[in-house]
Design a protein around this ligand. Structure first.
Ligand SMILES: *Cc1c(COP(=O)(O)O)cnc(C)c1O
Length: 382
C-alpha cells in the first residue's frame, strides 16, 4: 500500500501560525473593532512602547511600511537632489527606491561573498570614486542587515564618522537579531523596521516602524508620518506624508509579539539543523561573528547557475518550495541601471546566479525540516 501523499512544504505557513496565536489575535482585533479608532488608536502607542523596550531604543515611531520608514528618515535629514546615498547592490529594491523618490542618487556597493553583507572595502572605494568625480555629495549610507544577520556596523560607523556622512540601518529583515549580545535597533542614528507579512515579525498587511534614541528626531518622524503636522492636526509645519501605522496592524503585531522570542529560537534551531544536514550538497550561509540572526531568510550557495536550476527542480520534485533572493542585483535592474556609473560589482552579480533560499519559519515541524534536508540532498526520507 502506498503511504498517503504528504502536503507540499510552502515557503511560509501563515495559516498555521494564525491557528497557534488565534485566541489572543482575535481578542486584540475585536478590541479595535469595538473602539473603532482605526487610525492612531491606542494599540499604536502600545506597540511603539513595546518595540522600543524590546530593542532597548528610547523611541519608536510606527509607520505604514518599511519603505515609508526609510523615506521618513531620509526626509528628516533633508536628503535630496545632488546627494549620493550608498547602499548594497544585493538587497531588496525598497532600499534603492527611496533615494530616487527623494531626488537623490543611489550608489551601489558590493557585498561580502560569504556573509552577503555590505563590504566596507567596496564602500570606501565607491565613496572615493564619487568624491573624485565631484558631481554628487556623499551624504548618507544605508546599512542593510541582509537575511537577518547584522551588517558590519562598527566598520560602517567608522566610515560614516570619517567621511562625515549620515548612517541609517535598514533592519527590515533583522528585527530580533543581535550583535555582541545586544538586540539590533541602536547600531545607527535611526533604524527602520518592516512588518510585511513574510518578515520574522509580520503584520496582516503593510506596516513598519522607526527606532531612534534621539527624541527630537522621533518628534520629526511623527510629524512627517502625518502630513507634517505640528502641535495640532491643522497646523502644517512641513511637507510630510500619510504614512501612519494602522491600528489593526498594531493589534496583530501586539498578538505576535507574545510569541516572537519563541519564534526566533525555533528559527535558530532550524537553521542549525539545515547547516548540519545540507553541507554535503550546498554551501550553508556563513555566520557574522558574535551575532545571532533573525533568520528572515536562509540562503545557500550552489556551484553555478546550472547547479541552482537543478537544485530548484529537485526540490520541486520533492514538493518543497524554494525562492531566489535576489535574482538580479539592483545596479543591473532596468529602473536603476541608468543611475549606475557602470562599475562592475562582481560579488553581487555572482551571488544572484548561485543563491537559493530554503523554507525557514517557526511552523516547520521536525519532520518538515527532515523533508527539506532530504529534498536538498536528493534522497528519499524526511
Ligand atoms: C522588506 C524590505 C523593505 C521594505 O519593507 P516594506 O514594509 O515592504 O515596505 C526594505 N528593505 C529591505 C531590506 C526589506 O527586506
Amino acid at each position: 500500500m502506498t503511504p498517503p501523499a504528504e502536503k507540499p512544504i510552502g515557503f511560509l505557513d501563515l495559516a498555521r501560525q494564525q491557528d497557534e496565536i488565534g485566541p489572543n489575535l482575535r481578542a486584540r482585533v475585536d478590541a479595535v473593532m469595538k473602539h473603532c479608532r482605526f487610525v492612531m488608536g491606542p494599540e499604536v502607542s502600545e506597540l511603539e512602547e513595546r518595540l522600543a523596550a524590546y530593542a532597548g531604543a528610547k523611541a519608536c515611531v510606527g509607520v505604514s511600511s518599511g519603505t515609508d520608514a526609510i523615506q521618513i528618515v531620509l526626509m528628516a535629514e533633508g536628503v535630496g537632489a545632488g546627494d549620493a546615498v550608498f547602499l548594497p547592490a544585493f538587497t531588496y529594491t525598497a532600499t534603492a527606491e527611496v533615494p530616487l523618490v527623494l531626488g537623490a542618487t543611489p550608489v551601489f556597493v558590493d557585498v561580502d561573498p560569504h556573509t552577503f553583507q555590505i563590504d566596507p572595502a567596496s564602500l570606501r572605494a565607491r565613496i572615493a570614486h564619487v568624491r573624485a568625480q565631484g558631481k554628487l555629495r556623499p551624504r548618507a549610507i544605508i546599512g542593510v542587515d541582509l537575511f537577518g544577520q547584522p551588517a558590519p556596523w562598527p566598520e560602517l560607523r567608522a566610515i560614516a564618522a570619517e567621511q562625515d556622512m549620515y548612517l541609517m540601518a535598514d533592519c527590515a529583515q533583522s528585527f530580533g537579531a543581535s550583535l555582541s549580545g545586544r538586540k539590533l535597533g541602536r547600531e545607527a542614528a535611526a533604524t527602520t523596521l518592516s512588518f510585511f507579512p513574510s518578515k520574522p515579525l509580520g503584520a496582516y498587511g503593510d506596516a513598519g516602524a522607526i527606532l531612534t534614541d534621539d527624541p527630537e528626531r522621533a518628534e520629526l518622524y511623527r510629524s512627517l508620518r502625518s502630513h507634517g503636522e505640528g502641535k495640532t492636526r491643522y497646523e502644517v509645519l512641513r511637507t510630510g506624508m500619510n504614512a501612519r501605522l494602522d491600528t489593526l496592524q498594531a493589534a496583530v503585531l501586539l498578538a505576535k509579539m507574545d510569541t516572537f522570542e519563541a519564534d526566533l529560537r525555533r528559527r535558530c534551531e532550524i537553521a542549525r539543523a539545515y547547516d548540519a544536514g545540507i553541507a554535503a550538497r550546498v554551501v550553508p550561509p556563513a555566520r557574522v561573528p558574535d551575532s545571532e540572526s533573525a533568520w528572515a531568510i536562509y540562503s545557500v550557495l550552489t556551484r553555478d547557475a546550472q547547479d541552482r536550476t537543478a537544485l530548484q527542480e529537485q526540490m520541486k520534485a520533492h514538493d518543497v518550495a524554494s525562492a531566489v533572493y535576489y535574482p538580479m542585483p539592483l545596479h543591473l535592474q532596468p529602473a536603476y541601471r541608468p543611475h549606475h556609473d557602470g562599475v562592475a560589482l562582481p560579488v553581487s552579480e555572482d551571488l544572484s546566479r548561485r543563491i537559493l533560499a530554503l523554507p525557514l519559519h517557526p511552523q516547520l515541524t521536525h519532520h518538515d525540516v527532515g523533508r527539506v534536508v532530504a529534498a536538498v540532498c536528493g534522497h528519499a526520507g524526511g
